[in-house]
Design a binder for this molecule. Structure first.
Ligand code: AMP
Length: 597
């Protein structure tokens, strides 16, 4: 068994007393995984035992694992939707949690096209902050001197809405950045950002990005790390620089702020930072006007030691682009978290992206694992699955993550598939393998097979007018260009050649598909983090060739299914060599912050 316990010997390595306590905490937590998990479940069941939800399953005051496992069902979001809807409508009785639900966190996962609403309680902020407080002490073990400069992080808040009962519904990071925990965080020389709070908290994401980038340029010599939460966010910032560098150079040269930034608090804080600096303006102009943007990050921010961005899971597709812009700087994936619960951290943040493993912290929630075999049938209510506890997982096996949280989610399927790669002390470490059922993802969007199928069907209704049908289709997340976009390959059966669908019409089909995709996709489109959807019409017979190719590589003729998403280069090359026409969505799909229902 690969047991890794490098952290204890490294505790003294930073020489920082401040770090010793959090590092020791990690050691303690990872040594006593099983007893900590037992304690956490006991605490959750003691406090939530009298909730309407748990009473339904007759726990009768039991707080032990065996009773819990034998009586409480494993659920997905849709199972809890009636309870969640009641809470959203204003029912304040203890339905899921004995502590009042303080707000809903809007997950990027969707249900029936809408973002899922995750209930949370106020004290969860403490747990999230605790996990954040462990990140820099671990990083300091590997990268010295981070207290000598600043972090250029592109952090944003998003639109908030209110549920009919008056509870806030917003993304977890918006909730965190707006909390006192973040706004009034004590000064820590290891965690100084170039972005003032006012720029992060500006609700207009373009003004926010503008001000954050401008600060990054002004303080460029001080920047030691550059980051965003996910890789897609950092790439969006690079594109923003590409589009706006002339205006930045103008602002820096004259010491005046672009009048399009109208937010009074952003203007006030930027006016204190911005001074005429013709030399810096000339530098920005020289670097950004070059045709070649290779290594632009290290050219503009020459002291950057690493990029702080998540490039695991769906974000792995951005690694080559980030390597190009950064000249191969290390990419640190520091933590693994969700709206349901923050899970854990990477204890070796400077490792290669392909080797990233996260250690789940057993104090965050009670964790169970469903052994995952891709061929296994779906869970059925009649034969409850055997879930495995955190402390007894096996190296090399894949599991689906299931959480029971202090906020009242019980045995909830998060939808992530993880593989155990080893242990740190007694705590298993996980490689993020993939999200269940997600086919396409560019930014925060997650489109599954049935959503894509539905979008195709909606477009097909339009095609009927031309007596045309779609013989086969597949899809691809094109991320070589920023912003990335969805590509749908269509093989058409045109029954009346004289009345074949026109370019204008196929573009309309692209738009129709975008209108049918979920709210997160549409929001990302409106925010320009996803480009217009593209249909590539391929020659007749292309999908048969695809099948022949798969069979030549060992697929069984009986079981062959057209892949609904492709990414393997030879397959892409085959498809692209058969393209007869390309069509793009001509307009932005509908998106408004409020929920449709
Ligand atoms: P959300 O609920 O919108 O915050 O999304 C949470 C989901 O994002 C998780 O369940 C994962 O699927 C994904 N995610 C979060 N952190 C990571 C990470 N470090 N690596 C890969 N995927 C991640």
């Amino acid at each position: 068994m690969a047991v890794d316990s490098t952290l204890p010997s490294a505790v003294g390595a930073t020489g920082s007393e401040k770090d010793a306590k959090p590092l020791l905490f990690i050691e303690e937590m990872t040594k006593n995984v099983d007893s900590d998990q037992e304690r956490v479940l006991g605490e959750i069941l003691t406090r939530n035992g009298e909730t309407e939800y748990l009473k339904r399953f007759n726990l009768n005051g039991a707080t032990d694992r065996e009773t819990f496992k034998s009586k409480i069902p494993v659920v997905i979001y849709e199972d809890l939707q009636p309870e969640i809807q009641r809470i959203a409508n204003g029912d304040k009785s203890p339905i899921l949690s004995s502590h009042p639900i303080s707000e809903f966190l809007t997950s990027s996962g969707t249900s029936a096209g809408e973002r899922k609403l995750m209930p949370t309680i106020h004290e969860e902020l403490d747990r999230r902050q605790l996990l954040y407080s462990l990140l820099m002490p671990v990083m300091n073990l590997y990268v010295p001197g981070l207290d000598k400069g600043k972090g250029l992080y592109f952090l944003f808040i998003k639109a908030e809405t209110k549920t009919p009962g008056g509870l806030l519904a917003r993304p977890v990071l918006t909730s965190y950045y707006k909390s006192e925990h973040f706004k009034n965080r004590p000064y820590d020389p290891f965690n100084v950002y170039t972005s003032p709070n006012e720029t992060i908290l500006c609700p207009d994401s373009i003004q926010s990005m503008y001000a954050q980038m401008l600060c990054g340029l002004i303080m460029r010599e001080e920047v030691l790390r550059v980051g965003a939460v996910f890789a897609s966010g950092l790439l969006k910032a690079i594109r923003f620089l590409q589009v706006n560098w002339k205006q930045f150079a103008h602002d820096i040269e004259t010491g005046t702020l672009n009048p399009k930034v109208t937010d009074p608090s952003v203007r006030e804080c930027m006016n204190k930072i911005l001074k005429p600096n013709p030399e810096l303006a000339a530098f920005v102009t020289k670097e950004c006007s070059e045709e070649n943007w290779e290594r632009i990050i290290t050219r503009v921010w020459p002291n950057t030691k690493y990029l702080d961005v998540i490039v695991t899971g769906a974000m792995a597709q951005y690694i080559p682009t980030l390597e190009y812009y950064s000249g191969g700087l290390p990419m640190a994936c520091t933590m693994y978290a969700s709206s349901e619960c923050y899970f854990g951290l990477n204890l070796k943040p400077m490792c290669k992206p392909s080797e990233v493993s996260y250690t789940i912290m057993p104090n965050m929630a009670y964790f169970e694992f469903l052994p995952h075999e891709s061929s296994a049938p779906e869970l059925s209510r009649d034969s409850p699955p055997r879930l495995v506890d955190l402390a007894v997982l096996q190296v090399g096996k894949e599991y689906e993550l299931i959480v029971t949280t202090y906020a009242g989610l019980c045995r909830y399927r998060v939808g992530d598939i993880l593989k155990v790669t080893g242990f740190h002390n007694a705590a298993p470490q996980f490689r993020f393998i993939r999200r269940k059922n997600v086919l396409l993802s560019i930014d925060f969007d997650k489109t599954d097979e049935s959503e894509l199928q539905q979008a195709i069907e909606n477009a097909l209704v339009l095609l009927k007018e031309f007596n045309t049908s779609v013989v086969e289709y597949t899809s691809y997340a094109e991320t070589k260009h920023i912003p990335g976009h969805y590509v749908i390959y269509w093989e058409l059966l045109v029954k009346d050649a004289a009345n074949a669908p026109t370019d204008q019409f196929l573009s309309q089909c692209c738009f129709e598909m975008e209108e049918s995709l979920n709210v997160v996709y549409r929001q990302c489109r409106v925010a320009d983090s996803i480009g217009p959807l593209e249909i590539r019409v391929v020659k007749n017979g292309t999908f048969e060739e695809l099948m022949d190719y798969a069979i030549s590589r060992g697929a069984s003729i009986n079981q062959y299914k057209v892949p609904r998403c492709v990414s393997f280069t030879p397959i892409m090359e085959l498809l692209d060599s058969r393209v007869v026409s390309k069509h793009f969505s001509p307009a932005l799909p509908h998106w408004k912050p409020e929920r449709r229902r």
